[in-house]
Design a protein around this ligand. Structure first.
Ligand SMILES: NC(=O)c1ccc[n+]([C@@H]2O[C@H](COP(=O)([O-])OP(=O)(O)OC[C@H]3O[C@@H](n4cnc5c(N)ncnc54)[C@H](OP(=O)(O)O)[C@@H]3O)[C@@H](O)[C@H]2O)c1
Length: 267
């Protein structure tokens, strides 16, 4: 039995889809009551204990309101008590790097360390920016307004969230990825302007960008990571997605083509 946390979000919903397609037994966790799901909140230990009861493997995805590892640690505590065997954690690229006197992805790193110290089997997934992040700006794109570019001229190998989910499922359903830490990049380095140009071609409408270095307006947990990426820290491609999946990682253009309709819908 697999517990999928973050099951209603970007990555978790793809994990749920893949497990469903594979006919694999799982529980989808959400703070809301949903058919076939388990209702639990990382802030409510009793609900976590119910969610992990009888579970072998957990897909762990947290988005804490404060940049701490509290939610991850709450899950690890419940998992150990329930006899869970393995945790596959969604972390982030660069966690543990230093930028501007601070640690990049400090809360992800603290969570990874807690998982390693727990004695459970683990796999850590560290993607760069998701291709789907541009959907945050679809209202601006629809209105013909410029979308904010926080990363200047730096390049990143943005990853298709479907690939991140597919690697998570591979790590949960076999033992070949136990004890591995993967940087799950896409296949090519792109600036934000490159992404906008690709989107413009696919959507057949103007997609303008406006440069902003408003890092201080970002949530504290993201600021150092975005600064690190803006300084070029995330400008590398790995072969981790193709090695795990046995096929090339998806391109940003393919992701955009497959999501044209999402940009047409009113957000
Ligand atoms: N976006 C990027 O470019 C990027 C890059 C690298 C790493 N990451 C990492 O990816 C993660 C975000 O993944 P995502 O975009 O798939 O998330 P998302 O779409 O924002 O979904 C968040 C999920 O967390 C659940 N959730 C939120 N608070 C909860 C709580 N207190 N208790 C239980 N569940 C809770 C939500 O479920 P309900 O609302 O249904 O309860 C939802 O399913 C973060 O850890 C981030 O650091 C993101």
């Amino acid at each position: 039995m697999i517990l999928v946390t973050g099951a209603t979000g970007t990555i978790g919903s793809h994990v749920v889809r893949l497990l469903t397609e594979g006919g694999l037994p799982f529980r989808a966790m959400s703070r809301r009551e949903r058919p076939g799901g388990v209702r639990a909140d990382f802030d409510d230990p009793a609900s976590l204990a119910r969610a992990v009861a009888g579970v072998d493997t957990v897909f762990l995805l947290t988005v804490p309101p404060t940049p701490t590892a509290d939610h991850d640690i709450a899950l690890v505590t419940a998992a150990r008590a329930a006899g869970v065997r393995k945790i596959v954690k969604l972390s982030a690229i660069g966690s543990g790097e230093r930028f501007d006197g601070a640690t990049v992805g400090a809360w992800h790193l603290a969570a990874e360390e807690a998982i390693e110290a727990s004695g459970l089997v683990w796999t850590m997934l560290r993607p760069p920016s998701f291709a789907s992040n541009v959907l945050w700006h679809r209202a601006l794109i629809q209105a013909g307004e410029p979308i904010p570019n926080l990363t200047g001229d730096s390049r990143q190998a943005v990853v298709d969230p479907r690939d991140v989910a597919a690697v998570a499922v591979a790590a949960m359903t076999g033992d070949a990825h136990d004890g591995r830490r993967y940087d799950l990049t896409g296949p090519e380095l792109l600036t934000f302007a490159d992404q906008a140009a690709i989107l413009e071609g696919v959507l057949e409408r103007p997609v303008r960008i406006t440069d902003t270095n408003a890092l201080d307006r970002l949530p504290a947990g993201m600021r150092t990571g975005v600064g690190w990426a803006r300084a070029g820290g995330a400008a590398y491609v790995t072969d981790h997605v193709p090695r795990v999946l046995g096929r090339p990682a998806g391109t940003f253009e393919q992701w955009a083509r497959d999501h044209r309709e999402a940009f047409a819908a009113i957000p």
